[in-house]
Write a protein that binds this ligand. Structure first.
Ligand SMILES: [Zn+2]
Length: 446
């Protein structure tokens, strides 16, 4: 069916003018903006016509390839939804509909979406009741993928194999990698129906924010070796993902992956979320964890971590602590790797095997260290020395080189991850790594 040409924009009002100035660097950005814009005006628009970026002849050219997913459309016509209430006569719908429309187009530089035309005068008054009933935030994003009422309902819960199948059956397109991620989870459940998986969606958007998972094999490992847990956190992996793994230490002193979590970068309180999910997956472990070693960021979530693991000492991985301290010293000025003083002094401080040795190194730091850094140290690190100085470490973990274990795990992890930019691909690699570990174990046992 040929669509009638939208009427020409004869009068450009103030509102139109404002909208024509807008530019958006992603479809998601436009969608979020437009939700708010509609909510302020109690109006509803729907996509009447659109052209996907993927259909453009230049879409396969590498630097622009990214835009296929980010900008999604090269052309979108939004028209007023003009939903009439049920008590209006049926012939009402045959009347010419509201002329309000908005056209969004790819900018000439093809790096953003701009409002190219709009007509915002409606043929009907705004109706708050109708709006409240019909308006769904995130519908522009969800339309392309999953209904947000579904993603909101399932978010932050453990999902069963049936949930994943149901989500897949509702999935309308490959947008935002949700479909890919769900396929990976479907595959995980096919091999391991007892796997524990928690999905978090961005609120009101069909976009995966965080995925936590553990297999039945790693849960058994965790139950067998719950005493010492290590946290390996890779922030901003490839610039687009945060990855957090919890490791347990087996009888032979090897670090074994117990649970894994992939998240959008900067997801707040990720460690807390992972620990909560871990304990929900294996509740009997809670009172049996004696020591948790994590990166320096654990200090910010200390209260929550202590509440979750009441019987555990919470420690900062020494090597990571040293790195943080040294880069802070560089940032505050007055420290470089070539500077013979500071680095070995910090190493002596962290590695002190007695209180006397620690005090001695501390006195030296206060006497010789750059003022700004000493102030920072006294405020942030000295009061927590029992979390990162060697002589205060949890006994069974004192001679355990947590840093080496984490580094070893990380090397293995990075060798399994493909250079990808999506949650789904990362998830696929992590699941594959699980199967490789399981196969390796079976081979060594058989
Ligand atoms: Zn209208």
């Amino acid at each position: 069916m040929e669509l009638p040409e939208p009427p020409p924009c004869t009068v450009v009002g103030k509102e139109e003018e404002e909208l024509l100035k807008q530019a958006f660097f992603s479809w998601a950005e436009f969608s979020r903006f437009f939700d708010k814009w509609c909510q302020q005006r109690l109006v509803m628009f729907s996509v009447k016509n659109s052209t996907r970026v993927a259909r453009s002849p230049w879409a396969g050219v590498p630097p622009l390839y990214r835009l296929i997913h980010v900008l999604k459309y090269s052309y979108v016509l939004l028209v007023c939804k003009d939903v009439h209430s049920p008590n209006q006569p049926a012939e009402w719908s045959c009347q010419p509909s509201c002329p309000a429309f908005i056209t969004l187009k790819l900018s000439p530089l093809r790096d953003r979406l701009v409002v190219s035309e709009c007509q915002l005068t409606h043929s009907h008054p705004a109706c708050p009741r109708r709006f409240a009933y019909h308006f769904r935030p995130g519908h522009l994003l969800a339309n392309a993928c999953l209904p947000v009422r579904m993603t909101n309902r399932i978010s932050k819960q453990f999902v069963a194999p049936d949930d994943v199948r149901r989500l897949l059956s509702y999935c309308k397109g490959p947008d935002h990698g949700v479909l890919d991620a769900l396929h990976v989870l479907e595959g995980l459940f096919r091999t391991d129906p007892e796997a524990k998986v928690k999905l978090v969606f961005v609120e009101d958007q069909a976009m995966v924010e965080t995925v936590f998972f553990l297999t039945s094999r790693t849960r058994a490992l965790l139950r067998r070796f719950p005493r010492i847990l290590l946290v390996d956190r890779l922030p901003a992996l490839q610039g687009v993902l945060d990855l957090l793994a919890v490791l347990c230490v087996d009888g032979a002193g090897r670090a074994r992956q117990a649970a894994c979590c992939v998240a959008r970068p900067g997801t707040p309180s990720l460690l807390r979320f992972v620990l909560v999910s871990l304990l929900q997956s294996a509740p009997d472990v809670k009172g049996r964890v004696r020591c948790l070693t994590a990166g320096p960021e654990v200090a910010a979530q200390l209260r929550a971590v202590r509440q979750l693991l009441p019987c555990a000492r919470v420690q900062i991985c020494r090597a990571q602590g040293l790195e943080t301290l040294f880069s802070k010293a560089q940032e505050l000025g007055g420290a470089s790797r070539e500077d013979p003083g500071l680095w070995p002094l910090l190493c002596r401080l962290a590695g002190a095997s007695s209180y006397a040795a620690y005090s001695e190194a501390l006195a030296e730091l206060r006497a010789q260290g750059p003022d700004a850094f000493v102030k920072y140290f006294d405020h942030n690190w000295a009061p927590r020395h029992d979390m990162w100085v060697r002589f205060r470490a949890y006994e069974a973990s004192r001679d355990l080189d947590a840093c080496a274990l984490v580094r070893g795990h990380r090397r293995r992890l990075l060798s399994h991850l493909s250079p990808s930019h999506s949650v789904a691909q990362c998830l696929r690699d992590l699941v594959a790594m699980q199967w490789a570990d399981a196969a390796g174990e079976a081979a060594s046992e058989g």
